[in-house]
Design a protein around this ligand. Structure first.
Ligand SMILES: Nc1ncnc2c1ncn2[C@@H]1O[C@H](COP(=O)(O)OP(=O)(O)OP(=O)(O)O)[C@@H](O)[C@H]1O
Length: 262
C-alpha cells in the first residue's frame, strides 16, 4: 500500500492582485524524499512554498498536509511538521546565534515563554550537529551569509519538524559552503528528514535529490528522477539555453553551451 503524501497540492490556482501565478498546479511530497524544484525566475516557486506554509490564501484547489486541509491547522501545528528555511533572513534585534537557534523552539514553548534548560540544550545540540557550536555567542547580524544559512538550518533542527522546506538554500554562499550545505542536506536526508528545496542549479539538483520537479507557466512541467527530468531539452525549455549532460565518474553534470569572446 502506497503511503499518503506529506504534502498534496491539487489543481492549485493563485493570483497576486492583477497577476496570476499558478494555473492549476499539482504537486506531492512524500516521506523520505529530497525534492528539488527548478524553474526560471518569477515562475512561482516561492509563491508555491508560501501557499504550502499557509502564508498565502489560494484562489482555487487543494493544499493538504497529511491528508487534511492546510487551513485546518494552526500555525504552530504546521511548524511542528514543517520547518521553513528562507532565502534571506535579517533580524531587527541583535540576537546571538544561540538566541536565534533557541527561537526554533518558539512553536513548542509559546511566544512569550522563557526557554527552558531543555530548549537551550536542544539548541546547543543542533549547533553541534551542524558544526557551528563555536559561533553560539556571536551576534547573528554579524555573520556571513553562509554562516547565517547554517544557523537557520540549526534553528530548523530545534523545531523538531521532520520536513524541511528551503528556498534557494545555497544562494549567496561561496562554492565551498554550497557544497558543505548540500552535503549537510544529504546526511540529514539519510537520517530520515524530508526536503523540498528550490534551486537554480541543475547540477545541485542532480547531486542531491531523489526527485526533480520542474515548473513552467504556473504548472508542473515534469517530475521524476534527476536523470529523467534534467535533459538538454528540459534545460532549453525552461531556461532557453543550450546545454548537454555529461558524466564524470558516473555523476551527471550539466554543461551549458557558451561561446568564449575572450
Ligand atoms: N507580493 C507580491 N505581489 C505581487 N506580485 C508578486 C508578489 N510576490 C511575487 N510576485 C510575482 O509573482 C511571480 C512569482 O514570484 P515568486 O517569488 O514566486 O517566483 P520564484 O519562482 O520564486 O522566483 P525566483 O526564482 O526569482 O526567486 C513573479 O512574477 C513576481 O513578480
Amino acid at each position: 500500500m502506497e503511503l499518503k503524501p506529506i504534502i498534496e497540492v491539487k489543481n492549485l490556482h493563485f493570483s497576486y492582485p492583477k497577476y496570476k501565478v499558478l494555473h492549476g498546479l499539482d504537486f506531492e511530497l512524500h516521506q523520505g524524499e529530497v525534492v528539488s524544484l527548478l524553474g526560471k525566475n518569477g515562475c512561482g516557486k516561492s509563491t508555491l512554498i508560501r501557499l504550502i506554509l499557509g502564508l498565502l490564501k489560494k484562489d482555487q484547489g487543494e493544499i493538504l498536509l497529511h491528508d487534511k486541509d492546510i487551513k485546518s491547522y494552526k500555525q504552530n501545528e504546521i511548524a511542528s511538521q514543517i520547518a521553513y528555511i528562507p532565502q534571506y533572513h535579517n533580524v531587527p534585534f541583535n540576537y546571538s546565534v544561540l538566541d536565534m537557534v533557541v527561537m526554533g523552539r518558539v512553536f513548542k514553548m509559546g511566544l512569550f515563554a522563557s526557554p527552558s534548560k531543555h530548549d537551550i540544550a536542544m539548541a546547543k545540540i543542533a549547533l553541534e550537529k551542524i558544526g557551528i557550536a563555536d559561533l553560539q555567542n556571536k551576534p547573528f547580524g554579524q555573520l556571513s551569509g553562509g554562516q547565517k544559512q547554517m544557523v537557520l538550518l540549526a534553528r530548523a533542527l530545534t523545531q523538531e519538524a521532520k520536513t524541511f522546506i528551503m528556498d534557494e538554500p545555497v544562494s549567496g554562499l561561496d562554492y565551498g559552503n554550497q557544497i558543505r550545505l548540500l552535503q549537510m542536506i544529504n546526511s540529514l536526508a539519510q537520517e530520515g528528514y524530508t526536503f523540498l528545496k528550490t534551486t537554480h542549479y541543475p547540477d545541485h539538483a542532480m547531486m542531491v535529490s531523489s526527485r526533480v520537479v520542474s515548473m513552467k507557466d504556473g504548472k508542473i512541467l515534469s517530475s521524476g528522477s534527476p536523470t529523467e527530468v534534467i535533459t538538454p531539452e528540459m534545460i532549453n525549455n525552461l531556461y532557453n539555453i543550450e546545454a548537454e549532460i555529461v558524466h564524470h565518474n558516473n555523476n551527471p553534470l550539466c554543461v551549458p553551451s557558451f561561446s568564449k569572446g575572450i
